[in-house]
Write a protein that binds this ligand. Structure first.
Ligand SMILES: O=C(O)CCC(=O)C(=O)O
Length: 422
């Protein structure tokens, strides 16, 4: 048996013991994770039946050591998928949202069908001047009112989109012993995987695991650094996503009344983070979230989601479902674009619901400037300012912005922008 799986065994055992102090577990099975968690499941159910055992998710009493539990979970390097594979039926308490927030998760999932994020068809964008103007107008309207829109006829083929989703699935579904080689929280690693980037900062953990590939323009990782199971697709997908980002940033520049290349010229597309999420089916979806409400910190996000659904945007005081539309991308405005547009464009709060159905897979491409090669400061664009429209923010480097954003982790959508407001 390999060292890694012994380590997983030992850590899971320790964790289980800390949860169920009365259990003595003898490790005999090869399939350690599954058997250990079966014990957890069976024991917690049996004990519940005999009213002997407190609810695992309610261990907020004086004996509950949250940080210890987080560390034990992190050290398994198996992520949320590891818990699900092990047959867990009750959520560890660090995944459980506070009681006062449960109603918004458990309430009927579907928002009214007549309220949808704007849908923009990019067909003929370069063929016809009137059509081009119409699309710019739609993008302006969507960015001012929703901060979210969906695009179709964007030029990226179904094969590339499905190939990337499959590559992400292959990565997350390979044996833990293989996947754990990538498990890391180091800021320096361009390619890594973990569960909850903000595990030790956020109030509640999310029901998802994530693979991160930082692919800045001209400084991409050596392809050998990318996981073999999704290497080819990640490279191909990054090229296509970058092309689409250029188109969208040109349209956004025009929508701000600027030259088409304005946002490209100030490097809004140079740093690309491809963040590939895997949301396993959840045994108690009404008690946790796939992603806590948040705003994205960067300029724009281009998101591809599979057919499962669960993404919601907070609009006019209600959660609106972003329904999966085959072949489409979701585009949203990030905080930094809100800042440089001097609040003309909106960075909107969004979240992902957990579900009994899964896994759900999504791939978010975050566009920012390349952190290590740019010391550019970003403030409200001078071309947009006037006596009637004075600057609302002070200038900030992207790194400063991210440090501020990351100190809290996903935090329910309270805005980092306020720190930079004049
Ligand atoms: O998975 C999704 O649909 C959304 C992901 C997201 O909001 C994020 O990565 O910031």
């Amino acid at each position: 048996m390999c060292f890694d799986s012994c380590l997983i065994k030992a850590r899971l055992l320790e964790w289980l013991k800390s949860l169920h102090k009365d259990i003595i577990i003898k490790i005999t099975s090869k399939n350690v994770i599954r058997s250990l968690f079966s014990v957890l499941h069976t024991t917690s159910r049996d004990m519940e039946n005999t009213h002997l055992q407190p609810d695992l998710s309610e261990q907020n009493g004086s004996n509950y050591d949250r940080e210890k539990e987080l560390i034990a979970f992190d050290e398994t390097k198996a992520g949320v998928k590891g818990l699900v594979d092990a047959g867990i039926q009750k959520l560890p308490s660090f995944f459980v949202v506070p009681e006062n927030e449960v109603s918004s998760i458990a309430s009927p999932k579907l928002s009214p069908t007549y309220v949808q994020i704007p849908f923009i068809d990019l067909k003929d964008i370069d063929e016809d001047t009137d059509r081009h103007k119409e699309i710019v107008e739609q993008i302006r309207n969507a960015s001012e009112t929703w901060g979210f829109f969906q695009v179709v006829n964007h030029g990226i083929s179904k094969e590339v989109m499905e190939g990337m989703i499959e590559g992400v699935r292959r990565f997350h579904e390979q044996p833990t012993e293989v996947k754990m080689e990538y498990y890391s929280r180091s800021q320096r690693k361009k390619v890594k995987y973990n569960s909850n980037f903000d595990l030790h900062k956020a109030k509640v953990a999310n029901w998802r695991d994530t693979l991160y590939c930082y692919m800045p323009y001209g400084d991409e990782p050596d392809p050998e650094e990318l996981p073999e199971v999704c290497r080819e697709m990640s490279v191909k997908y990054s090229e296509h996503a970058r092309g689409l980002a250029v188109t969208i940033l040109q349209l956004l520049s025009e929508a701000l009344g600027l030259e088409p290349n304005h946002l490209i010229d100030i490097d809004c597309d140079k740093g690309l983070n491809i963040v590939s999420h895997y949301y396993p089916a959840c045994p108690e979806p009404n008690r946790t979230l796939g992603a806590t409400p948040h705003k994205d910190p960067f300029f724009i996000t281009i998101l591809m989601q599979d057919h499962i659904g669960g993404l919601q945007v907070f609009h006019q005081n209600q959660w609106i479902d972003v329904r999966p539309l085959p072949g489409s991308f979701v585009v949203n405005i990030g905080d930094l674009l809100q800042l440089i547009s001097n609040d003309k464009f909106k960075s909107a709060v969004h979240r992902v619901l957990a579900s009994h159905i899964g896994p759900r897979i999504s791939v978010a491409c975050f566009f920012k400037s390349h952190l290590s090669s740019s010391d550019r400061l970003y403030g409200p664009l001078k071309e947009l300012l006037s006596d009637e429209n004075p600057p609302l923010y002070r200038e900030s480097g992207v790194m400063d912005y991210l440090i501020k954003y990351n100190t809290k982790g996903l935090d329910g959508g309270t805005t980092t922008l306020n720190h930079f407001r004049l």
